[in-house]
Design a protein. Structure first.
Length: 260
């Protein structure tokens, strides 16, 4: 096992398949010991997969004739030039989308801004902590009042832990998370089969109301929304229809709790 120090650069080496084999075990141990870096690694891997799924069809499209002539002039191997152009075009489109990924809405893929990044953070946190056996939460549901009071104070918002029992999910507890220079609350729920979903809440400046938007990343998905300074996301591997229903139920209870 390598004893060297690891940095974010190693995450990119691992994603690109360029990490030396002798460093792999040490790198994985470093990720396990640094949840923030592990969450970033998951987010980058999900972004990579999302980019590939979204623009995979571009690779099979013919190069436009207005560009193909330059490829024929400049290179002896136009097929390689064409592939390079398609990959570059996909990357440019992705960057033009705001560096925040893409959201799947009723009209197809469209760029998302900061709130989309919030949803990706929520999914990354869900993937990490929902898989835990012993340390799923910091504070258990048996201390629900303390949990809500503590997270409300740390996040700076009036919070409630929605009752999702009618959808088969019981609260098992929650934790505090870092969130782009702020803090976020995560409430974790579990059904009778052991399947887990989580509610992520952080403060978002402004009074934007986004409605419910779906973000899919790897095997997980999240519905997120912004409303009156609150940024919220429900993450899990439920079918989109059920996850939306759960999200609406959580929203109604959060709204009721804030207004009471």
């Amino acid at each position: 096992m390598s004893g060297r120090d690891f940095t974010e650069r190693d995450i990119h080496l691992a994603l690109d398949g360029e990490m030396p084999a002798e460093d792999t075990a040490g790198f994985l141990a470093w990720l396990d010991a640094n949840p923030d870096m592990k969450a970033r690694a998951i987010r980058l891997e999900n972004d990579r997969a999302l980019l590939q799924r979204t623009f995979d069809g571009v690779l099979s499209e013919p190069l436009p004739e207005r560009l193909a002539k330059f490829a024929r002039q400049d290179y002896a191997a136009p097929s390689k030039r064409a592939a390079s152009w398609r990959l570059a075009a996909a990357a440019v489109i992705f960057v033009a989308g705001g560096l925040g990924g893409y959201v799947l809405g009723s009209s197809g893929w469209s760029p998302v801004a900061v709130e989309g990044r919030m949803a990706e953070d929520a999914i990354a946190a869900h993937v990490i902590y929902s898989a835990e056996k012993l340390h799923v939460v910091e504070v258990g549901a048996d201390q629900k009042d303390h949990l809500i009071g503590w997270l409300s104070k740390r996040v700076g918002l009036s919070l409630v832990a929605p009752d999702l029992a009618s959808y088969g999910f019981e609260l098992i507890g929650g934790r505090l998370l870092p969130a782009e220079g702020k803090t976020a609350a995560q409430f974790m729920y579990q059904d009778a089969t052991g399947n887990r979903i989580s509610l992520y809440i952080t403060g978002e400046k402004g009074e934007a109301d986004t409605g419910f938007r779906l973000v899919e990343s790897g095997t997980a998905r999240a519905y997120y929304w912004l409303d009156d300074g609150y940024g919220c996301a429900i993450s899990g591997n439920l079918p989109a229809e059920k996850l939306l229903a759960v999200s609406k139920a959580a929203y109604r209870q959060l709204l009721s709790g804030v207004e009471s």
